[in-house]
Design a protein around this ligand. Structure first.
Ligand SMILES: *Cc1c(COP(=O)(O)O)cnc(C)c1O
Length: 339
């Protein structure tokens, strides 16, 4: 096996497949999934659909593609989706819905907890009139910057969508972090949504893949678009097996990531003051002065801890020893020693 990874706080995408996961991948039953003949992909799709209480699932190479497939399956050319102005789908997916789908985004101000105000959503829903794009779907995100959506929020958006004949999609890249943190079944958090995209390659620790879920006819339309976008893969059971392994072994352990995140955040708050530190589930956000943050990064780097922007993400390749190292650097930090 390769060397143990350095303590890396940049993202939960840096996790490496464990020996058990690699063994599951090596022994996976496979077939041509474009022909629907890969038993492992089918099993993963069914497993995620069942876990989230939906009829059907579709395995996609990335969360970006899975969200895109969701939007394509809900919308036609000239339609519009309502989305938070800080949402991944709007900010970090290359404008794919507009670029590739002729679907117009209608951004709405997004709070730190991932909510968009109901009145702000309602205000941008377009009336039936050929001057306007056709509003078709609202897209939410859970978690957003690590913060789970408030439990009573999505049902309210669902009611609003039903009044206006809109669909509701969830970018649930880290939905299972929310479920574990809030102590609710994922299916209950998923219930208000027509479709959900779940990432396997974030905190769940699989190397590749996302699953889109929804009802049968929706998934059938998305499956067609996946082929169009070049996301139809052949013996994809090799990677789907990692997703099944992750669902079976890496969901409940997300609570460990959350506990470690709280420990790092509390150490930061003791050192710098709680007003500079926000955290939820597996993410810590720092708002220190730039020169202080840079000095802290230098001192962490000297100890072999990899950091990027002031958003730190805890994951299964950071253990208690890694947390102790991080906290030790934080406690020992001083501006002078950076010079
Ligand atoms: C990572 C992520 C995605 C999808 O990302 P890919 O890198 O394309 O798999 C979507 N939404 C959120 C919130 C994410 O964090």
């Amino acid at each position: 096996m390769a060397d143990a990874p350095a303590v890396d706080l940049r993202s939960d995408t840096v996790t490496l497949p464990s020996p058990g996961m690699r063994a599951a991948m090596a022994s996976a039953a496979v077939g041509d999934d474009v022909k629907g003949e890969d038993a492992t992909v089918r099993a993963l799709e069914q497993q995620v659909a069942q876990h989230l209480g939906k009829q059907a699932g579709l395995f996609a190479p990335s969360g970006t593609q899975s969200n895109l497939l969701g939007l394509f399956a809900h919308c036609e050319r000239g339609d519009e989706y309502i989305v938070g102005d800080q949402a991944h789908t709007y900010q970090y997916e290359g404008g794919g819905a507009a670029v590739l789908g002729s679907i117009q985004p209608q951004p709405v101000a997004m709070s730190r907890d991932g909510t968009l105000s109901l009145s702000a959503i309602e205000a941008v829903i377009k009336p039936e009139d050929f001057h306007f794009a056709k509003t078709r779907v609202v897209c939410l995100e859970n978690t957003h910057g690590g913060v789970p959506l408030p439990l009573d929020y999505a049902p309210q958006v669902r009611d609003l969508c039903q009044q206006h004949g809109l669909s509701l999609h969830l970018d649930g890249a880290r939905l299972l972090n929310a479920a574990v943190a809030q102590g609710y079944p994922a299916a209950q958090l998923a219930e208000p949504f027509d479709s959900i995209s779940l990432c396997l390659s974030k905190g769940l620790g699989a190397p590749v893949g996302s699953v889109l879920v929804g009802d049968e006819s929706f998934i059938q339309r998305a499956r067609r678009w996946r082929k169009v976008l070049g996301g139809g893969m052949r013996q994809a059971g090799i990677i789907a097996a990692a997703g099944i392994y992750a669902l079976e072994h890496h969901v409940q352990r997300l609570a460990e990531d959350h506990r470690r995140t709280a420990e790092i955040a509390q150490t930061l708050a003791e050192k710098f003051g709680g007003e500079y530190v926000r955290y939820a589930t597996n993410m810590v956000h720092l708002s220190l002065d730039t020169h202080i943050y840079q000095a802290l990064c230098e001192q962490l780097t000297q100890r072999g801890i990899v950091v990027g922007r002031p958003r730190w993400v805890v994951h299964r390749d950071i253990d208690d020893e890694g947390v102790a190292q991080i906290c030790q650097v934080i406690r020992a930090f001083s501006l002078q020693s950076a010079d």
